[in-house]
Design a protein around this ligand. Structure first.
Ligand code: ATP
Ligand code: MG
Length: 436
C-alpha cells in the first residue's frame, strides 16, 4: 500500500484558500472535497499547480455562496465555477459540481452531463491517479477507484475499461503519455494495449488540445521517454505527421536521433527550443521555414514561439561553424537574447551526432566570446543613421547599407573612433560612385 500520504501543506496560501472554500460550502450544508490533480500531487509530495474542488452544490448555488462578484461561470453546462480569492496571489479555485458524463458520440465531449455524487464523479475522470478525493478538514483520502494504490505502483491506468474510456475521449491517449512523462510513471499494460490499437482515432481531436498536452510533455526533463512512448504507442502519425513522409528505415533513424537529442538537452529548455529540436532531425530534407510554418499552423502556436523556433533552427549551423564565420555575423547571433537556448540546442545536437567524445571546440569558442566584457562583445556603434544624414547621405537603402558596413568594419577592428569612421564612410561612398 502507498504510504506517502503527505498532509497538505497549508503554509501554501493557495492550499489554505482551497480549504476555506470547502469549509464555506460545508457551513452552508453542502458536501465538498478536493479533487483531481491537486490530490494526486499532494499525495506525491509535490506542490499542486492549482486546486480543484468538487461539490454537490449546483453552479447557481456556488455563486450564491461566494457572491457574483467573486465568481466566474466558466462552464455552466459542466457545472464549473471559478472562485476568485481576495488577493490574486492565492490563485483561483475551480469549483465543479459532482457529475456523471452522458454518451460521447463525437469522441471529444459528452453529449450532456447530469449532476451526481462523488462516486460517479470519480468514474468520469480519466486515470485512477486523477480520480482521488481529499477531505482537507478531516485530512482524509477518499478513493473510489484504487488511485492511491496506483500512485504507489507508479502506474497510469484508466478508470474502467480503457477501450471505452478512449472511445469516449480520444485525447485521453495523449494525456496518458503526458502524465507518464511528467510523473515518470509506466502506462499499465491494458491501458497501453488499448492506446496502441486505437492510436489512429486521435485524428478526431483538435490539434490545439493535442498541442496543449504535447507542450507539457515536451518541456519536461523526461520528454525523451515521452517521445519514445509516442512512437511505441503508434501515436506519432497523429501527433507528428512530419515524420510520416519517409520510408520506415529512414524514419527509424530520424526517431532515434530525435529521442537522443531530447536526452542530451541540458535541463530547463524553453518550448521554442523543444520545437526546434522536434524538427531538427528533418532539417536536411525540409526547409526550416516550411517545417516551422506547418507546426505553427497545426498547433496554433504563438507568433513569438514560432519565430524563436525558426531562429534557433536557422542558427544552429552558425554555432557549429563559429570559428570559420566572419565575426560580425557570429557577433549578431551571440548578442541575441536567445543565444543561451541556441547553445543548449547545439550542444545537444553535437552530443547526439558525435557521441561521448564530441568535439566541443565551436561551443567553447562561442562561450569564450560571450565571456568578453560587454564593451568588447558589443561595443556601442561609432555612427548612427543621424550621423550619416548629417554628412549628406539621404535616408534610404544606401544609408542602411553603409550603416551595416561601418558597423562590420568597427567589429572587425578596422575603426575605433567617430572621425575615422566618418572618413571611412566618405571613402566607401566615393569608391561606390567610382564603380557605378
Ligand atoms: P495538472 O496538475 O497538470 O493540471 P490535472 O490532473 O489537474 O494535472 P487537468 O487537465 O487540469 O489535469 O484536469 C483536472 C482533472 O480533471 C484531472 O485530474 C481529471 O480528474 C479530470 N480530467 C481532465 N481532463 C479529462 C479528460 N479528458 N477525461 C477525463 N477526465 C479528465
Ligand atoms: Mg489541473
Amino acid at each position: 500500500m502507498f504510504h506517502a500520504n503527505q498532509p497538505p501543506n497549508f503554509s501554501d496560501p493557495r492550499a489554505h484558500f482551497a480549504r476555506e472554500i470547502v469549509e464555506t460550502l460545508r457551513s452552508r450544508g453542502f458536501d465538498a472535497l478536493w479533487a483531481g490533480g491537486c490530490v494526486r500531487d499532494q499525495l506525491l509530495g509535490k506542490t499542486p499547480k492549482d486546486y480543484d474542488v468538487a461539490t454537490n452544490a449546483r453552479p447557481e448555488q456556488i455563486r450564491g455562496v461566494f457572491g457574483r462578484r467573486r465568481t466566474l461561470l466558466v462552464g455552466a453546462a459542466f457545472g464549473v465555477v471559478t472562485v476568485l480569492p481576495h488577493q490574486p496571489s492565492l490563485g483561483q479555485v475551480e469549483v465543479a459540481t459532482f457529475r456523471r458524463d452522458g454518451n460521447y458520440t463525437d469522441g471529444r465531449h459528452p453529449d450532456q452531463v447530469s449532476f451526481s455524487d462523488p462516486r460517479e464523479d470519480a468514474q468520469r475522470r480519466d486515470f485512477t491517479i486523477n480520480g482521488i478525493f481529499y477531505d482537507p478538514i478531516e485530512k482524509r483520502v477518499i478513493d473510489y477507484v484504487g488511485g492511491e494504490e496506483d500512485l504507489g505502483r507508479r502506474v497510469i491506468r484508466c478508470i474502467g475499461d480503457p477501450h471505452q474510456r478512449f472511445d469516449e475521449d480520444k485525447l485521453r491517449m495523449i494525456r496518458a503519455v503526458r502524465f507518464a512523462t511528467t510523473l515518470g510513471f509506466e502506462i499499465e499494460p491494458e491501458t497501453r494495449q488499448a492506446i496502441q490499437q486505437r492510436a489512429d482515432e486521435v485524428r478526431v481531436v483538435s490539434a490545439e488540445r493535442i498541442a496543449a498536452e504535447m507542450r507539457r510533455t515536451l518541456v519536461h526533463e523526461n520528454s525523451a521517454a515521452g517521445l519514445s512512448e509516442i512512437r511505441q504507442l503508434e501515436l506519432w502519425r497523429q501527433v507528428l505527421p512530419e515524420y510520416a513522409n519517409e520510408v520506415s528505415s529512414t524514419r527509424d533513424q530520424h526517431w532515434m536521433s530525435l529521442i537522443h537529442l531530447f536526452e542530451h538537452l541540458d535541463s530547463g529548455w524553453s518550448f521554442p527550443t523543444a520545437l526546434a529540436a522536434l524538427l531538427w532531425p528533418l532539417a536536411h530534407q525540409r526547409n526550416a521555414e516550411q517545417s516551422v510554418a506547418q507546426l505553427t499552423e497545426r498547433w496554433k502556436l504563438a507568433n513569438v514561439e514560432s519565430k524563436d523556433a525558426h531562429w534557433l533552427l536557422t542558427h544552429v549551423t552558425t554555432i557549429l561553424h563559429a570559428q570559420r564565420i566572419a565575426w560580425p555575423t557570429l557577433q549578431s547571433v551571440l548578442i541575441d537574447p536567445r543565444v543561451g537556448e541556441l547553445l543548449r540546442l547545439t550542444r545537444a545536437i553535437i552530443r547526439t551526432t558525435q557521441g561521448p567524445h564530441a568535439n566541443m571546440d565551436a561551443l567553447q569558442y562561442c562561450e569564450e566570446r560571450l565571456a568578453w566584457p560587454a564593451a568588447q562583445l558589443n561595443p556601442a556603434p561609432l555612427l548612427n543613421g543621424n550621423d550619416l544624414r548629417t554628412v549628406g547621405i539621404p535616408a534610404g537603402p544606401e544609408l542602411g547599407r553603409l550603416l551595416t558596413a561601418v558597423r562590420h568594419a568597427q567589429l572587425d577592428g578596422l575603426l575605433d573612433d567617430r572621425e575615422t569612421a566618418l572618413a571611412w564612410v566618405a571613402r566607401q561612398r566615393s569608391d561606390d560612385r567610382g564603380e557605378s
